[in-house]
Ligand binder design. Sequence first.
Ligand SMILES: Nc1ncnc2c1ncn2[C@@H]1O[C@H](COP(=O)(O)OP(=O)(O)OP(=O)(O)O)[C@@H](O)[C@H]1O
Length: 334
Amino acid sequence: MSAVIEIAGLHKTFHTLRQGRRTAVDGFDLLVESGQVHGFLGPNGSGKTTTLRALLGLVRADGGRMSVLGAESPGRLPEVAGRVGAIVESPQFFANFTARRTLRLLALAGGVPTTRVDAVLEQVGLRDRGDERVRGYSLGMKQRLAVASALLKNPELLILDEPANGLDPAGIREMRDLMRSLAAAGVTVLLSSHILAEIQLICDHVTIISRGRRVAHGRVDEVLAGFDQHEWRVGVAEPERAAELLARAGVSVTVHPDHLLVAGVDDAEVISRTLGEQGLWVRELVPLRPDLESVFLELTGDAPHPALPRQVDGTAPDDMVIDLDVRESREVGA
Ligand SMILES: Nc1ncnc2c1ncn2[C@@H]1O[C@H](COP(=O)(O)OP(=O)(O)OP(=O)(O)O)[C@@H](O)[C@H]1O
């Protein structure tokens, strides 16, 4: 797979009269490879928009190296601009224009054949609504129109800042289907979001940013697996006795009022056999898998995560890296 976006050590500090110096991006790295639907995830104010703006030459970086489709950014961006569609500042459309007219105008302004208009309306699922005025569009339809405008030049790379912002679950599902169909058509997608469920639903890869620095990156499932503590919720009669039996078998167990919490067990059979052999029958055995939300909170919040050391001793999946040095430097500075 080839690199479509590469950012290494990006720095950007803003100087404002009221707030003084503010470091928005602090040595950030990003690698997006061809064919990925890559989520760029971080809390509000963590530096996502600044990174995308710097990558696209909309704001000047203070340091670091960036390239888009192999061309160094911002110097050689014009060479590849025709192959990149981006929506970083949310576009405003004339409410009285129809989507078709809007796209025709944008095509004419961008030197794109107007025959592309029908193709992109079809691609974003607005073909049947293309002759309606934008004022009657739902937020999801407006977002899709924005994506359609970025698709006019048939880009190989699509960069979207918060494309699912404000969408309801149905809108997010539509956006996910759209991103998947684009990926299937060979478009590489980078989309930013501060909403975890969105990234988990839409993206196959993720880079998590916190306070201007990358704190995790890799395949979504592998980032999650790296945080899997192999925990189980166990429902059983006589929980105290069950806990004792499990502890004696070397299993880490915590007693809660109506269940046990067992950690560090790969195979559920270990639990059911240990208890069953002593005449205790398990009535509930549920694996507790981490979701991106808990991973995100661990990485961007302050709580240390017991699973983190596993990431640096080589047991983490190859493709997933937790940038521990980032946590350390952040914690030192916190
Ligand atoms: N033009 C600017 N002038 C001064 N400070 C800025 C400017 N743009 C961004 N910042 C600051 O840089 C930091 C990062 O902002 P940025 O917009 O990149 O974050 P973000 O992750 O995109 O946030 P959000 O999810 O809220 O859009 C914030 O502290 C923000 O206030």
